[in-house]
Design a binder for this molecule. Structure first.
Ligand SMILES: [Zn+2]
Length: 459
């Protein structure tokens, strides 16, 4: 199994060349999170990599940050974002989406394939990567759409795809998602290409038609947890026959987490989102379109148990499912309102607040938002703050109080169901490949600072 990543060699922009001319950076006097404990010291980054961490470093550097009072964590990895761009650039583009990532502490994001055009061939994946390479502020990789043709799956793997995304409610590329045999073909092709299958587990057959629906409450009633339960058990049954790797995106039920099991086999993993562990369907009643996403929010008691599954380490990763739309689109009647909310800029302040409240340990948070997603998607030089790792680091102010304010988002989507929530703990500085891309409320990096990541390649 390939377990390293790298840039798409022929697509490097001059700014992202791994050459000795990259400025060095010294982070002085931080509280450094390393191998599950905090030590006080400095970090020296040269040529985009962490060269040294030590109590005191006096080497001259091109740039210095005095990080007294701040906690240095490995850069966060969001395995599930929708950066849109191309014909959907009016909702979000590579620069606005990765600026939001930088502000949220995410130094690496993996983008979903349901774009216009969709990422359903190696040619389209390479075109998307080329466009991204000039415009991204954080490292970005791409998932590819599930297609029936094993040759196309292999070609997308060769082009750098991180997974094959199987969207069960409605296929992204033509595929009979109701037919087990069609799904088996996708699982087989992914296995042959050594790629995981990322699944949106809601069975279309269990989702009631939405024609008569007038309220978001009725909309939720048409999309109950049984659609997830049925899809999870169906995919687990087919996975058992094929033996491929399957990652279950944004699961909403504690029973799904138990069915998937912990990640010990290395073949099955689960993902939860901040909105499903922090909000319940009461928010949809109150906020309507601002809290409308799929899978939808669940009852409060389900949400509480899902939070516990996450905090005790039974879920594998947290991902934001950052899914921006315009407010005009979101305000359409419920059955036409596109599901999805922006999440890149709210995840970390919300989760740090949970750490400050004692509901979650900092170590667990680092595992869920950095170490585990990096490991799951083969990003072997990310997810850990240690010598030799990529210079992807965030500095966090654990004490800083704030309030979620969508007007301040770098994302084009200026709305959030968390609007007005009081937070404690904030991302202060985000460093990508040794360059400071975000600091104290401002984007300081240039588009092109991020690298296009390619699965299976070391940079
Ligand atoms: Zn999504």
């Amino acid at each position: 199994m390939p377990i390293a990543q790298g840039t798409l060699d022929n697509l490097k922009s001059p700014e992202s060349e791994d050459t000795p001319s990259l400025p060095s950076l010294l982070i002085r006097d931080a509280h450094i999170w390393t191998e599950n404990r905090i030590i006080r010291g400095s970090i020296f980054i040269e040529n985009g990599r962490i060269q040294r961490t030590a109590r005191k470093i006096s080497a001259p550097a091109d740039e210095e940050i005095l990080a007294r009072g701040l906690v240095a964590l490995p850069g966060l990895v969001d395995a599930h974002v929708h950066l849109r761009d191309m014909k959907l650039a009016y909702k979000e583009d590579f620069t606005s989406g990765t600026s939001a990532a930088a502000a949220g502490g995410f130094t690496t994001v993996l983008d979903m394939p349901n774009t216009l055009p969709p990422t359903d061939s190696s040619k389209r994946l390479l075109e998307k990567a080329k466009r991204a390479s000039r415009n991204i502020l954080v490292n970005t990789g791409f998932h590819a759409a599930a297609v029936g043709d094993p040759g196309a799956v292999k070609a997308m793997k060769m082009a750098g795809a991180f997974s094959i995304k199987l969207y069960l409610p409605k296929p992204i590329a033509p595929l009979d998602v109701g037919d087990d045999l069609a799904i088996v073909e996708v699982l087989k092709a992914a296995k042959e290409a050594s790629l995981p299958v990322t699944v949106h587990a809601e069975d279309a057959a269990q989702i009631e038609p939405t024609a008569e629906i007038r309220t978001f409450k009725e909309l939720i009633g048409s999309r109950l947890g049984r659609a997830e339960t049925s899809a999870v058990s169906r995919i687990l049954r087919l996975q058992e026959q094929i033996g491929c790797r399957v990652h279950f995106c944004h699961v909403t039920l504690p029973s799904s987490i138990s069915a998937i099991g912990n990640w010990s086999s290395g073949r099955l993993s689960s993902e939860v989102t901040p909105h499903h562990i922090l909000l319940s369907e009461d928010s949809l009643d109150k906020l309507g379109w601002k809290a409308w996403m799929v899978p939808p929010l669940r009852p409060r008691h389900v949400r509480n148990r899902l939070f516990r599954e996450m905090a005790t380490g039974n879920a594998t990763i947290i991902a934001t499912d950052h899914a921006p739309h315009t407010i005009k689109e979101k305000r359409l009647p419920p059955q036409k309102s596109p599901p999805g909310i922006p999440g890149l800029e709210t995840a970390m302040p919300l989760m740090l607040t949970m750490v400050n409240k004692g509901k979650l340990s900092l170590g667990r948070l680092v595992s869920l938002l950095s170490t585990n997603p990096a490991k799951l998607f083969g990003l072997s030089s990310k997810g850990r703050l240690r010598e030799g790792a990529d210079g992807d680091i965030i500095l966090v102010d654990m004490k800083k109080k704030g309030k979620i304010d969508p007007d301040k988002f770098f994302s084009k989507a200026h709305y959030s169901p968390f609007e007005g929530w009081k937070t404690q703990g904030a991302v202060h500085t985000t460093i990508v490949n040794g360059s400071i891309v975000y600091s104290n409320g401002e984007i300081t990096g240039k588009p092109g600072t991020g690298r296009v990541l390619r699965n299976g390649r070391r940079r």
